[in-house]
Design a protein around this ligand. Sequence first.
Ligand SMILES: Nc1ncnc2c1ncn2[C@@H]1O[C@H](COP(=O)(O)OP(=O)(O)OP(=O)(O)O)[C@@H](O)[C@H]1O
Length: 273
Amino acid sequence: MSLVCSKLSFSYGSKQILNDVSFQVKRGQFCAILGRNGSGKSTLLSCLCGLLPAGSGSVSVAGQDMLSAGRESVARMMSLVPQEHGEIFPFSVLDVVVMGRTAYLGAMSRPSEADYAAAGDILKKLSADHLAHRNFNRISGGERQCVLLARALLQTRETLLMDEPTNHLDFNNQYSLLSRIRTLCRERGTRVVATLHDPNLARIFADTVVMLKKGTVIAQGPCSEVMRPCALSDLYETPTRRITTREGLELFLPEKALEAPVLDGYPKAQSNS
Ligand SMILES: Nc1ncnc2c1ncn2[C@@H]1O[C@H](COP(=O)(O)OP(=O)(O)OP(=O)(O)O)[C@@H](O)[C@H]1O
């Protein structure tokens, strides 16, 4: 019961953005997509859920072909939390979350009390129930991110696509949110495909990683096997070192951080590769 992306390609006009991208994500697994700015991460998410038409290749979820499926069928199998979220009609947060039920409603029907209860329940699980009656346009960027995550979780239990979910979040909330997402997905068996800019967040929270360089997958597999300094040096085109904490946690830093003048006067960082 996997999401299977096979030989997916996409171009904007004559500019090839994705080249034969293939990977799989099982139920309950968190897959991080890593790559430099402009490497095609957001484009990949848009192609997976049919917002952009793939030039070739296939995408299936639990054996169901997503590229030929109708919008509602796709929406029941995949939900996308976008990177940017501008102002919308001044809906309450609860109304925005309940929009996650749209794919399940008939043309003229309205969300039921049960839909609203489920929306409130998801907000509570994300510790965001205090926002329920606020105007969506008047909450902070990080709070909006959380509300759109709640909407996506209400939309489907199958697959969550997240474009830079930590974008608007402070240092503490980045860890809180990813930790909650991982727990929720394990409990519900939801697959997560998330683009991340910080390889350390991927190392801590993801099960698998796909490294995308100029639209081509250069490495993929379990984080513990694939996330090596040489692979990250190649991906980000900057020499990268691994630092292992006393607790055994592996973290990565570009060498330029270790050489930065700010380290003057501090004990030298212990790096082991
Ligand atoms: N509408 C568009 N028309 C033409 N080219 C585009 C369009 N949108 C994006 N691109 C180009 O496609 C490439 C991939 O963009 P994409 O947004 O997928 O990269 P990304 O890896 O998500 O980048 P970032 O990490 O900066 O968000 C970039 O070269 C970008 O300039």
